[in-house]
Ligand binder design. Structure first.
Ligand code: C5P
Length: 230
């Protein structure tokens, strides 16, 4: 079997049938399937089971971005434990105790911290009380999350080299905003090619529309993967 590319396909689909179809056609080439709030809130556990089966048992990245008091996050994490996701996202800004509550509840899962949402610009960050450059805050939050037991961090391709330098090598860095050279940007403003993101220290690339909006999703996944694994 060919090596699987370190890609998490963002299954942002209008219905589960479409998400499952994408998982089936891309599963032979990529390592991970990312299921977010839109799909999980609509289709529940069934989405995880059907995507996992269709993809040939690929890793599941459950992108729920939990953020609440530690007791509630622990309960939320326990209530998805039976799904055995490889990754579960939480907001690093929920603090150490909250992150650690998720880690304790899900010892087999890489609790994955989201640092600063890339949708926030400096003015909005200042308005919610985050002073100074966004990159400083992202590094601070990444270190806090790792100290609390997070084993993966989501960051933009522009931040990945700096975050790589401030967290231990075994921490998995995950970057969205990845576009093959020449691909449409969509609403992503700050992008990098897959090769560049990996060279800068990313371990797993979140890619959605460059694959899911292609006429032939299987070919798009195969083409992008071929450039990454040989
Ligand atoms: O289609 P595209 O490749 O832009 O999909 C990227 C995925 O990564 C989407 O599921 C999006 O919600 C997610 N994401 C992002 N930027 C972040 C965090 C997550 O684009 N900062």
């Amino acid at each position: 079997m060919t090596r699987l590319a370190p890609i998490a396909l963002a299954l942002d689909a209008p219905n589960l049938e479409t998400a499952t179809k994408w998982a089936r056609s891309t599963g032979p080439y990529i390592s991970t399937m990312k299921i977010g709030l839109e799909t999980y809130l609509r289709d529940g556990d069934r989405a995880i089971h059907e995507v996992r089966d269709a993809s040939g048992g690929r890793d599941i990245f459950l992108d729920l971005k939990l953020h609440d008091i530690p007791n509630t996050v622990a309960g939320a994490a326990r209530s998805i434990a039976h799904l055995q996701p490889s990754y579960l996202t939480v907001h690093a800004s929920g603090g150490s105790a909250m992150i650690n509550a998720a880690v304790q509840a899900l010892p087999e899962t890489k609790v994955t911290a989201v640092t600063i949402l890339t949708s926030l610009d400096e003015a909005e960050l200042a308005a919610i009380g985050v002073k100074g450059p966004a990159l400083d805050a992202a590094c601070r939050l990444a270190q806090l999350a790792v100290s609390a037991g997070a084993r993966a961090i989501v960051c933009s391709p522009q931040e990945v080299a700096a975050i790589r330098a401030c967290v231990p090598a075994e921490i998995t860095l995950i970057t969205p905003g990845v576009r093959p050279a020449g691909a449409a940007l969509g609403d992503q403003a700050r992008v990098a090619t897959p090769e560049q993101a990996l060279a800068d220290g990313a371990d797993l690339l979140v890619i959605g529309r460059p694959i899911t909006a292609a006429v032939d999703q299987e070919k798009a996944a195969q083409d992008i993967s071929n450039g990454l694994v040989s």
